[in-house]
Write a protein that binds this ligand. Structure first.
Ligand SMILES: Cc1cc2nc3c(=O)[nH]c(=O)nc-3n(C[C@H](O)[C@H](O)[C@H](O)COP(=O)(O)OP(=O)(O)OC[C@H]3O[C@@H](n4cnc5c(N)ncnc54)[C@H](O)[C@@H]3O)c2cc1C
Ligand code: FES
Ligand code: FES
Length: 1389
């Protein structure tokens, strides 16, 4: 065992003598074990897909410690003597699933399932640790965890499908403080039935042994070795774990280390921040040096060894120690609270305090830890081989970047008495008859996610000793620490000038104003820092927040508002006439305080469904097919397929130049480059093949740039290596020589495309038709807004599984390609074209896709084609799993647009004419872009504009090709429509919601705008939906409360808005095949691919319905006999695309027809058998049919009729938000959605689609910002820079009703689509935010600026900087200046 790495995975022993020390735990689990539960979603600690439980054993106390960790960042060698539990270790299909698995399934909390294993492990870790505490025993069946803790456990885990609400329910279901009635739709009890814990899969505490006995013995033996002074170096001396500083320096100074690439590590989470594109040949694990893990607490403060993790530091800081004075406890508590927002639990469990400080010191990392510790007056101890020094954190940060041999030893957070001593101030708690003396400490951070897992735009922490004169009420600062960081500085700083200015002064308003001016001169982000004025203004807002309550002129009581259980703001006391407006920015977290100080993250939710019994089991909310194996990690995605023998791995080299000739490609002479086996480029396309990588009906696009690259992000070739990591690293070593000689400059904007007439044609049949007569409509108008402009950004798919493929050469010039794609059929054709072989030589297989959202349609094909080409050339299997960065850079995404509109309207808000000029940025190839105008206008027609005309240009630019993303074009069309409505309302100073109502379609007008898709009059359910949503008393009460709230609050504003949506969908021909096997089980094939949208579930239900008439136990029981199998292009032809929201229903219809054929064949046989025996079982029927030569397989190619291939979907949503004016953070207080799903095929699946789409829409309209550099290269290329919604950014109250509208003969069992249209409802959040901004601008406007306060261009996404900029970056200064002139807070404008 000596010299070997020993650990356990799910109880199984692993003993390794040889391993590349740079191997991550995830890489090992995925490539060297059979466990596929841990997934790779980002490789940077930002998504949680890879979370596993890491357990350690302390033989002295005989205690096991269990921690969730991100296995993508944890180095394998650092798990020596640890036990790893993956989701498979909790339970599985053979031994039985774990209650966590079962609850994920029963609460419908797993869609594509790619995030689910990581979610399960984050929750499992939280439950295990909560149950180990000495809290009182919870009621039977519950854990000791609280609701809030359970939800926070998954705050760092991303899910792109569900919208988190059902996942929150799973988490909360374990908490004793939950009211089970509050939990959402599930299979454990029906609505109206008693919700009792015994109906839930039982929470069995301690049932899983996380640390096997054998490993305990190994640990004990190893401890003896350590005590005998032996080091634990292993693996042929590539991984070192010195046990003393002497040992460390011996190593560092030894010959073996000279000239080698060596890395010192603790948690290695830093590699999530600074990606490693090259290989280290030696690692030194510092955790073995005992001094680095020592925690010491005495009168001087708490000293943490540098290797102490952030999680452990939080625990220690929160410990209740009797002797600690209250002020000190308060400081430690607040530091702990802030640390709790650093990264996520599974990162904090590995991340060391010291590692963080070193990253800040050496690499200018935007650290929170340094900022708060700086404010607390921290000192650090550093050492070299010969020297040891104690210095202030401030001096440490000022030092030149540390060299590799300087080690951070410990960090001392001083006690308050030590800080006091250094200033010679009085004891803080002393109060005399005249003055009161107090210590105040506050920390702030402005980040897109309130609970963490997002670095901040700016963070700050302030420590002050204040003395207030009881008689005059004046406050003076005796000393003050003002620390600011992460705003684009070299490191966190103390604002010394401001501190010196403020100390000793009475905190009058003029003093505050002066301090703020000084601060603005101090907080100046480095050149090139994004949103630099926003960041400076955050510093001002935070300082003001801190000081305002200390200034006797400005301190005012809190308001009387709170939100009741349904999310409605209520006043607890009636304000009297002299109501004191709350202008207090107060000492709270920068994000909206009251909403986050409650006992849970998601405050309430409601799902209302109705379902018919007519077509059972169709219409029943059964659980999703495959959900359980998704939770246990047994579901096989493409990258889970074991690598075939001799498999190689590919990684794209892509261009970083937008338009250039490629003169050559070299690879830097690094260790990573040595791993290259070959490089595949356009030159490797076989004779007869073509350079095609992808394509649509509009044309093909090249696989690799030939001699000319036309956008940054265009694949140039493929590096092939022995492992995926080597291939990825090697690809990053490419050094491409570009030349722009004789080339025009690239086109990087739609404006430039217009200037140079660079457009793609829109085929006439796809160019939308104008409606009515524009000039007539304009002439009718009493008012006009001419040439207003608005812009929409792009959106990246952020499927949790990145693009992936595995190509395996087969006999006779054939190839099998496993691809995670939404369109296997198209992939098949294009691969064949590229290789120059017939289609029937190419078999594309897709079992399930880990999220698609349109991005795995056209954009998945180049990955499949590249693998196929490499495999074909090398005659070896080649696979590829794109790293997140490459995926984000090359994949494109939603189309950004620039819109210019002119609108005519009457004084009552009735719009008479709208003209829209639309520039769509399509990127470099056509992809599906020529069809986008049709979709945009489709959604835009949702209002009766009187007359509607447009001029649309699809611009060809030198950017990665944009493609279809969930509701492609429709999301933008809906946004444009609401922008126009809002603008008209602002112009007329009317309530926008009245303008909406005024312009809602009648049945006649919707017919005019949508033609026959509008169907018959009763199908037009939108007015009824809107009526139900907004005519309720609660809506008008809420409107009133929002107004009142805004009157009473200066620094927080609310907005409420509703929007209707109309979304047209088109059904496409689709195949289906149903076969009954000898044992009477049923196997079904469909053209559609399971992307998480529940297609298989609906198909299974319809199969049971279709054949149920022949089954003695009824349709419901037949469900268990049905299996839907993977898409296979040679087994089922004409599979088409899984896109446009209608594949589920069309696949269902094809299957229903196939079942009818089978039923017809079997019915007469059944009748004849029944004449002989009284009851004919299904088995008997099928065996008889077999014997009599009945064909037990039937297939259909369903082609929708021309009169039923298009229909309209309707829905509406109200959203209410609160904007924190200090930071621009928007909290969605409540969203209520009503969506017409027709007769839902499965209400649980449709509910999941609606909630998931809505939250994805929130991402598009509010959070997700695709950023490019000046060459058009996407630089928001990871979880660090691109923020999709998380559990803490969804509506706090989230209610959805599925409207079950009437039967309709021409739709598939009267159902309607649910995949894409609900995304459009999220524009209600953007509109509500606009209302809140309006209220802010009105508050801070003067008479001169009043009109511009209402009308403003409000682009999407409405990120924090955008919102704050519109609210005003100088509101604090304005407020103080007005105060000085008027001696009181400004009145309402
Ligand atoms: C997803 C994610 C989100 C994050 N979010 C935040 C955030 O919001 N705010 C924030 O402040 N931080 C954040 N972090 C940073 C995180 O706190 C640091 O990555 C972590 O603390 C580093 O500790 P480590 O033990 O993993 O260091 P390692 O990765 O092991 O090491 C980091 C660097 O420090 C060196 N090093 C480590 N210890 C010592 C030592 N004692 N002496 C000398 N050199 C040493 C290493 O050689 C290496 O260069 C985030 C990190 C991740 C991955
Ligand atoms: S893959 Fe590890 S956190 Fe995303
Ligand atoms: S189910 Fe969470 S990412 Fe798909």
């Amino acid at each position: 065992m000596e010299g070997k790495l020993v650990f356990a995975v799910n109880g199984k022993r692993f003993e390794l003598a040889e391993v590349d020390p740079s191997t991550s735990l995830l890489e090992f689990l995925r490539t060297r074990t059979r466990f596929t539960g841990p997934k790779l979603g980002c490789g940077e600690g930002g998504c949680g897909a890879c979370v596993v439980l890491l357990s350690t054993y302390d033989p002295v106390s005989d205690q096991v410690k269990d921690l969730s960790v991100s296995s993508c960042l944890t180095l394998l060698c650092s798990v020596h003597l640890c036990s790893i539990t993956t989701t498979e270790g909790l339970g599985n299909s053979r031994d039985g699933f774990h209650p966590i698995h079962q609850r994920f399934t029963g609460f419908h909390a797993s869609q594509c399932g790619f995030c689910t294993p990581g979610m399960c492990m984050s929750l499992f870790s939280a439950l295990t640790n909560a149950d180990k505490t000495n809290r009182p025993e919870p009621p039977n069946g519950f854990s000791k965890i609280t609701k809030l803790e359970a939800e926070k456990a998954i705050a760092g885990n991303l899910c792109r499908c569900t919208g988190y609400r059902p996942i929150a329910d799973v988490c909360r279901s374990f908490a004793a403080d939950v009211d089970l009635e509050d939990l959402g739709l599930n299979t454990f009890w029906k609505k109206g039935e008693d919700a009792i814990v015994s109906k839930l899969p039982r929470h069995n505490r301690g049932k899983i042994f996380t640390f096997p006995h054998f490993l305990k013995s190994v640990v004990k033996t190893s401890l003896d070795t350590l005590m005998n002074g032996k080091n634990t170096n292993f693996l042929d001396s590539q991984w070192y774990r010195p046990t003393s500083f002497d040992g460390l320096y011996q190593l560092l100074n030894s010959n073996a280390f000279i000239g080698s690439r060596t890395k010192l590590v603790v948690g290695n989470t830093g590699s999530g921040v600074y990606k490693e594109n090259n290989i280290y040949d030696k690692y030194i694990d510092l955790k073995g040096i005992p001094e680095l893990s020592v925690i010491k607490r005495d009168h001087t403060g708490i000293s943490f060894g540098a290797a102490v993790t952030i999680s452990r530091a939080i625990e220690v800081l929160k410990e209740n120690v009797d002797s600690v004075p209250s002020a000190e406890k308060m400081v430690f508590d607040k530091i702990a609270d802030h640390l709790d927002k650093v990264a996520s639990p599974f990162v904090r469990n590995m991340a060391s305090l010291g590692g963080n400080l070193i990253m800040a010191q050496k690499f200018q990392f935007a650290s929170d830890v340094t900022t708060i510790l700086l404010a607390a007056g921290t000192t650090v101890c550093v050492r070299t081989a010969s020297d040891r020094r104690i210095l202030s954190l401030e001096d440490f940060l000022e030092w030149p970047p540390l060299d590799e041999k300087t080690i951070l030893v410990s960090i001392l957070i001083p006690s308050i008495s030590m800080v006091e001593l250094s200033y010679g101030t009085e004891q803080h708690s002393v109060s005399s008859h005249r003055s009161k003396s107090n210590i105040i400490f506050e920390t702030y951070r402005a980040a897109p996610r309130p609970l963490g897992n997002a670095v901040s735009y700016l963070n700050s922490a302030f420590l002050a000793h204040v003395s207030s004169d009881k008689i005059t009420g004046n406050t003076v600062l005796l000393y003050l620490h003002l620390a600011f960081g992460a705003y684009g500085s070299e490191h966190a700083i103390r604002a010394r000038k401001v501190e010196n200015f403020l100390v000793g002064k009475v905190l009058e308003v003029s003093v505050l104003l002066e301090a703020i001016k000084l601060l603005k001169e101090t907080i100046i982000p480095k050149q090139g820092t994004p949103h630099s004025s926003y960041r400076s203004s955050l510093a001002v807002a935070f300082l003001f927040k801190f000081l305002q309550p200390l200034s006797k002129d400005l301190a005012v009581p809190e308001n009387n508002y709170h939100n009741n259980a349904s999310g409605v703001a209520v006043i607890t006391e009636h304000p009297n006439e002299n109501f004191n407006r709350n202008s207090d920015l107060s000492h709270h977290e920068a994000s909206n305080s009251e909403l986050f100080n409650s006992s849970s993250v998601l405050l309430s939710s409601n799902q209302m469904i109705q379902y018919g019994k007519e077509y059972q089991p169709v219409g029943v909310p059964i659980e999703k097919v495959g959900a359980e194996i998704q939770t246990s990690g047994e579901a096989i995605y493409v990258d889970d397929i074991p690598s075939p023998k001799d498999c190689l791995y590919g990684a794209f080299v892509y261009s970083t130049h937008p338009l250039a000739c490629i003169k050559g490609i070299k690879f830097n002479p690094t260790l990573a480059s040595e791993k290259i086996i070959t490089y595949i480029s356009v030159n490797d396309i076989p004779a007869g093949g073509k350079n095609v990588g992808s394509g649509t009906m509009f044309g093909t696009e090249p696989l690799f740039a030939d001699s000319l690259t036309e956008c940054a992000g265009q694949p140039l070739g493929l590096v092939v290596a022995e492992t995926q990591r080597y291939a990825n690293m090697a690809a990053k070593q490419a050094n491409v020589q570009y030349s722009t000689e004789n080339l025009e400059p690239p086109i990087l904007s739609v404006e430039e495309a217009v200037r140079r007439s660079s457009f793609f044609d829109i085929p006439p049949f796809l160019y939308p038709q104008n409606v009515g007569n524009l000039s007539g409509g304009m002439a009718e108008a009493e008012h006009k807004i001419l040439s207003a402009e608005v812009k929409l950004g792009s959106q990246y798919y952020f499927y949790m599984e990145t693009q992936t493929s595995l190509a395996v050469p087969d006999e006779d010039n054939c190839i099998v390609v496993y691809s995670s794609t939404q369109c296997p059929e198209t992939a098949q054709g294009l691969i064949a074209k590229c290789l120059g072989i017939p289609d029937h030589n190419v078999r594309v297989i897709t079992r399930r896709v880990g999220g698609g959202f349109g991005g795995k349609a056209v954009r998945a094909i180049p990955v499949a084609t590249a693998c196929a080409l490499a495999a074909y050339k090398l005659q070896r299997p080649v696979r590829m799993y794109l790293d997140r960065q490459t995926d984000m850079v090359i994949t494109g995404g939603r189309h950004p647009m620039k819109i210019n509109y002119s609108v005519g309207f009457k004084s009552d808000g009735k719009i008479t004419a709208l003209h829209v000029d639309l520039l769509i940025n399509a990127g470099i190839t056509k992809d599906v872009s020529p069809s986008i105008p049709y979709n945009v206008v489709g959604a835009l027609r949702k209002y009766n504009w009187g007359a509607l005309s447009f001029d649309i240009k699809v611009c060809r630019t030198n950017l990665p090709s944009k493609s279809a993303m969930r509701a492609p074009g429709e999301a933008q069309g809906s946004f444009i429509a609401e922008t126009v409505i809002e603008h008209v309302a602002a112009y007329l100073s009317m309530d926008a919601n009245l303008v909406r109502n005024k312009n809602l379609h009648t049945y006649e007008s919707i017919k005019m705008f949508y033609g026959s898709s509008a169907g018959e009059n009763p199908e037009y359910t939108l007015p009824a939906i809107v009526d139900e949503l907004i005519s309720s008393r609660s809506y008008f009460d809420r409107l009133e409360m929002v107004r009142h709230f805004n009157f009473c609050n200066k620094w927080r504003k609310r907005g409420i808005s509703w929007v209707p949506i109309v979304h047209q969908v088109t059904l496409r021909p689709t195949p289906g095949k149903v076969s009954i096997l000898n044992d009477s089980s049923i196997v079904v094939e469909v053209g559609g691919v399971e992307l998480g949208q529940g297609l298989w579930t609906k198909v299974k239900q319809i199969t049971a319905f279709g054949l149920g008439q022949l089954f003695e136990g009824g349709s419901q029981k037949l469900l268990d006999r049905v299996r839907i199998i993977q898409a296979d292009t040679l087994s089922m032809v004409q599979g088409g695309w899984t896109a446009g929201s209608t594949t589920s229903e069309s696949s269902c219809e094809a299957v229903r027809l196939s079942c009818s054929i089978l039923a017809d064949r079997l019915k007469s046989l059944k009748q004849s058998l029944e004449e002989k025996i009284s009851s004919v079982s299904w088995e008997t029927l099928i065996s008889q049919a077999n014997m009599q030569g009945v064909n037990l397989s039937a297939s259909t190619y369903w082609v929708p009729g021309t009169d039923s291939m298009q229909y309209l979907n309707y829905g509406a949503a109200i959203s209410e938000v609160e904007v924190d004016i200090a930071t621009g953070a928007t909290t969605i207080i409540r969203s209520d959605l009503i969506y017409d799903c027709g007769q839902s095929l499965n209400p649980a699946v449709d509910m999941g689609q609606i909630e998931g789409a809505f939250v994805q829409g929130i991402g598009f309209f509010m959070y997700e910002e695709v950023v490019e550099n000046s060459d058009g290269l996407v630089v928001s290329d990871g979880t660090w820079t691109y923020k999709i919604p998380t559990i803490d950014t969804i509506p706090k109250h989230f209610n959805v009703k599925l409207l079950s509208s009437r039967h309709h003969q021409k739709r598939v069992l009267s159902s309607k689509a649910s995949g894409e249209p609900p995304l459009l409802l999220a524009v209600s959040v953007h509109c509500a935010t606009r209302e809140a901004i309006r209220a802010t601008r009105t508050e801070f406007s003067t008479n001169d600026t009043k009109s511009s306060a209402l009308a403003f261009q409000f682009d999407a996404p409405a990120t924090m900087p955008v919102v704050k900029e519109l609210c005003g970056l100088n509101n604090v200064e304005k407020y103080l200046e007005t105060f000085i002139t008027t001696r009181q807070p400004p009145k309402d404008a």
